[in-house]
Design a protein around this ligand. Structure first.
Ligand SMILES: [Zn+2]
Length: 234
């Protein structure tokens, strides 16, 4: 793991209502920051952190957005002038024009002296991105394999298998993975550990994974009915 210098900060910003975890990356020397997946309802906290540290928010990076998700970045954009970064084909909500930047696999974003590499990792939704900063990967819900089975046709298990095995598992094992929701209670996990955890789902090959996800898609509504409520969307 590369040690964080004194001038770089990476901190989670959790949305307690949604369970979503966002991440504020700050270059204190340059006075610049970006935020990955800011949770709904936490804009004022993020603005307070920026003001306290005299930081300019330059970009809001979205790993993905579901069709039914609220357009919750309005306050951040109104108060900061930040640019929204989403995937080509992703939902931009009310942001348009020069405030909107669509990027694809291999794009490189800069803030201060730092670089963020963009990986296209579709599957959970058709337009998911992951962001690699130093040895840290912000991957949204790519590893939320249970929620991927929500039957609203956004998920594509074949794409998801390819994204994980071809584009993420080929990163160094020491990569620290920061998800948009805790993975079985964990807020950060190394890629090496994730490979072990996911072996039962991914280790039997692409076709077996697709079959398993299709089974989960079929059984999930019945499970929700048995629990007396809808299972949460992620
Ligand atoms: Zn999601």
């Amino acid at each position: 793991m590369i040690p964080e210098s004194d001038v770089m900060q990476c901190e989670p910003v959790e949305g307690h209502a949604s369970g979503l975890i966002g991440y504020l990356l700050s270059d204190l020397a340059a006075g610049l920051a970006v935020v990955v997946d800011p949770p709904c309802g936490q804009a004022e906290l993020i603005l307070a952190l920026l003001a306290e540290r005299k930081l300019q928010l330059t970009r809001v990076l979205r790993t993905h957005r579901h069709a039914a998700d609220p357009d919750d970045c309005t306050l951040l954009f109104a108060r900061t002038g930040a640019e929204l970064v989403i995937a080509e084909g992703g939902c931009a909500g009310s942001v348009a024009g020069e405030r909107l930047r669509r990027v694809g696999n291999g794009a490189q974003l800069t803030f201060g002296a730092e670089f963020i590499h963009v990986l296209a990792t579709p599957g959970h939704t058709p337009a998911c991105l992951s962001y690699l900063w130093r040895d840290r990967l912000f991957c949204g819900d790519v590893f939320d394999l249970g929620a991927c089975a929500v039957g609203d046709n956004e998920a594509d298990p074949a794409q998801l298998f390819d994204s994980i095995t071809r584009d993420i598992f080929t990163l160094p094992d020491r990569t620290l993975v920061f998800p948009a929701h805790p993975i079985r209670g964990r807020r950060v996990v190394t890629l090496a550990e994730l490979k072990v955890r996911c072996k039962s789902m991914l280790g039997r090959g692409r076709d077996a994974f697709i079959t398993e996800m299709a089974f989960r898609r079929l059984t999930r509504p019945a499970l929700a009915r048995a629990m007396g409520s809808s299972l949460p969307r992620k």
